[in-house]
Ligand binder design. Structure first.
Ligand code: GRG
Length: 302
């Protein structure tokens, strides 16, 4: 399969963002289909916003492993649906109680709380519906089951939801660095790892060393992503971030800058980036986009 040559990361990100926007749109229920308020809420929260980092990672891993983009639209949408559901629920009054997300009113503010909860629930179910049945994911039935298993574990109590539970339990408490890391490995890291792994699972012939190296890369950039998120919460501005700045400090949440200072947190992010790059060493040039993405993660401003 031939693919358009893509010179640099910016082009690649823009290509992936456009591609996944269309793919998400096609897989979401139409706005005018009943129950239309629910469908409108799902579309409102999902479309036209966000960096689409997780789908970009899925496509970039595919590029490193020669997996065509066409096969990856389904997995890319599935991780993004889980991510959007987590954002909707995280913004609810019972959790972070936020009014701004992706530069617009949060789902429960624009619609209502019950609709937002249901939209999150439905997006989670849709993610698995896509992995289970999307005809564009041209893999064997056992690969499909492995993908469903991968995303379910990343999203559930042993992954993202478990991390959120640790997060809620830790508000106002002093966490040391290992405890903070454990929380983030689950809360944000698990889905980032799944974004990479889902693409790797499209290659059942992949040797275990490469699979492990990619997983280690994903683990490192997951932490780097979170450290940068904590730094931006202190140093960014609400307009650029598209979400309320300074919430972590206001809610007395444990963060990397709180534990290490801003300079220490920046050093830690660079360290994670370097570990991620080292892990990709044997993959050669085909992993250049993954390397560039790691750098992008620690340099991003939103
Ligand atoms: C409520 C089940 C449940 C889980 C919530 C991941 C998570 C767990 C909540 C997200 C809350 C949050 C702001 C976490 C910090 C890091 C993070 C995931 C930021 C948002 O991700 P980006 O920056 O967002 O990739 P965009 O909008 O660009 O997609």
């Amino acid at each position: 399969m031939t693919e358009t040559p893509i010179d640099d990361l910016e082009d690649f990100i823009a290509t992936c963002q456009k591609r996944v926007e269309t793919a998400l749109d096609r897989r979401l229920p139409p706005a005018d289909k009943l129950p239309s308020r629910l469908h409108r809420a799902m579309r409102y929260a999902t479309l036209d916003g966000g960096k689409r980092l997780r789908p970009v990672l899925t496509y970039a891993t595919g590029r490193a492993l020669n997996v065509p983009m066409e096969i990856l639209d389904g997995p890319a949408c599935a991780v993004e649906f889980i991510h959007v559901y987590s954002l909707i629920h995280d913004d609810l009054p019972a959790m972070d109680d936020d009014e701004l997300r992706r530069g617009k009113p949060t789902c429960h503010v624009r619609f209502d709380e019950a609709t937002a909860i249901l939209a999150g629930d439905a997006l989670q179910a849709l993610a698995f519906e896509v992995l289970a049945g999307d005809p564009t994911i041209k893999v064997t039935p056992s690969q499909r089951v492995a993908m469903i298993d991968c995303l379910a574990k990343a999203a559930g109590a042993g992954g993202m939801v478990g991390g959120q539970a640790i997060d809620l339990a830790s508000v106002g408490r002093q966490l040391d660095l290992p405890a903070l890391e454990l929380m983030h490995i689950h809360k944000t890291g698990a889905l980032i790892r799944a974004s990479v792994r889902l693409a790797a699972l499209c290659r059942p012939d992949l040797d275990s060393e490469t699979a492990e190296r990619l997983d280690h890369y994903a683990k490192c950039i997951g932490l780097a992503f979170q450290i940068q998120d904590d730094i931006l919460d202190e140093t960014g501005d609400t307009a650029t971030l598209g979400k309320t700045r300074g919430k972590d400090r206001a809610q007395n949440k444990p963060t990397y800058p709180a534990l290490l200072g801003l300079a220490g947190a920046r050093r830690k992010a660079v360290e994670m980036h370097e570990n991620a790059i080292a892990s990709l060493e044997p993959l050669g040039e085909r992993a250049d986009l993954l390397r560039a993405l790691s750098l992008f993660i620690i340099q991003r401003r939103n």
